[in-house]
Design a protein around this ligand. Structure first.
Ligand SMILES: Nc1ncnc2c1ncn2[C@@H]1O[C@H](COP(=O)(O)OP(=O)(O)OP(=O)(O)O)[C@@H](O)[C@H]1O
Ligand SMILES: Nc1nc2c(ncn2[C@@H]2O[C@H](COP(=O)(O)O)[C@@H](O)[C@H]2O)c(=O)[nH]1
Length: 268
């Protein structure tokens, strides 16, 4: 299972050549398929008589048809768990405990792949490159976007940029793993748009006061940043009904267990 099937991406490109999918080069499109490396990509392009400089949105009618037929034959579309993908998003307001619950899930279920995001935010004391985040500057973040390396990205709390590297997600899903993304509301919406069968879980605090208490207690933000995050939190809480499931994080172990059970359950 891929984040977006090649067929879906191609359909999107053909429906709107001006879209990011439409602007994607056929070479990049083909190598985004896990089984296709550069050598195979060139053989496919040769077989289908498509120039490597072509963009998906610029394919002629014959080329579109032959590419669609080729994909259908080689990688028929299918989905696990009755149509629900193994891609799981955990979102929720600041300091609700998303990171804590995600770490608990990972500790108890090492087979679940926890995505490591890229961010332009500076590392906090104790955060490790490649474990908590990939810490990048603005230029590198721009490059990741331009090269299509992010599955989703957003400016969070109107300040720093965060994004999910696409390739590790594709590889983990292809290997049959469940993949957990701990991201914000904007990112959750982008994942929903890209992969409607993803499971979206919203983590709730037991109360607003407890949320503020956790944010203050964490001690990683000053008063201005806390105020900014709490403004975002109000917007995020108002959007909780967009999610498939809501879990209250009263106790970390119970919340983590609840998320895992939702993810493991067959499609509803
Ligand atoms: N169930 C819980 N009970 C009490 N404290 C908790 C619980 N879950 C998390 N915390 C604490 O709340 C604080 C915020 O948790 P965490 O950093 O995981 O939140 P977050 O949702 O990832 O925040 P952000 O979106 O701002 O990154 C931490 O100090 C954490 O230890
Ligand atoms: N859209 C995305 N949001 C992300 C991603 N990685 C983390 N986040 C969210 O950012 C905020 C702030 O995180 P913090 O570490 O600075 O406290 C939080 O809500 C995260 O869930 C991402 O890749 N995409």
């Amino acid at each position: 299972m891929r984040v977006i099937s090649p067929q879906t991406l191609l359909r999107r490109a053909l429906a709107d050549p001006e879209s990011p999918a439409g602007a994607m080069r056929v070479t990049e499109f083909l190598t985004s398929i896990p089984a296709v490396g550069e050598g195979k990509r060139d053989r496919i392009l040769h077989e289908l008589a498509i120039s490597p400089v072509k963009k998906l949105g610029g394919l002629g009618a014959r080329q579109r048809r032959s590419l669609q037929e080729f994909l259908d034959e080689r990688w028929p579309e299918q989905g696990p768990r009755g149509g629900r993908s193994r891609l799981v998003v955990l979102a929720g307001p600041t300091a609700v405990g998303k990171g804590t619950v995600a770490a608990e899930i990972k500790a108890r279920n090492p087979e679940i792949h926890l995505s490591v995001s890229a961010t332009t935010r500076p590392a906090r004391p104790g955060e490790t490159e490649g474990e908590h985040y990939f810490f990048v500057d603005d230029a590198e973040f721009d490059r990741l976007i331009a090269d299509g390396e992010l599955l989703e990205h957003a400016t969070v709390h109107n300040q720093y940029r965060y994004g999910t590297p696409r390739r590790p997600i594709i590889d983990a899903l292809s290997a049959g793993s469940t993949v957990l993304l701990e991201i914000d509301l904007q990112g959750a919406r982008q994942v929903r748009a890209a992969e409607p069968s993803a499971t979206l879980v919203f983590l709730l605090p037991p109360s607003w006061d407890e949320l503020v208490h956790r944010l203050v207690g964490r001690g990683t933000e000053g008063p201005d940043e806390r105020a900014r995050r709490l403004r975002t939190a109000k917007v995020e809480l108002a959007s909780q009904n967009e999610f498939d499931f809501r879990v209250v994080n009263e106790d970390v172990a119970s919340a983590a267990q609840e998320v895992v059970e939702l993810v493991r359950a067959p499609a509803l």
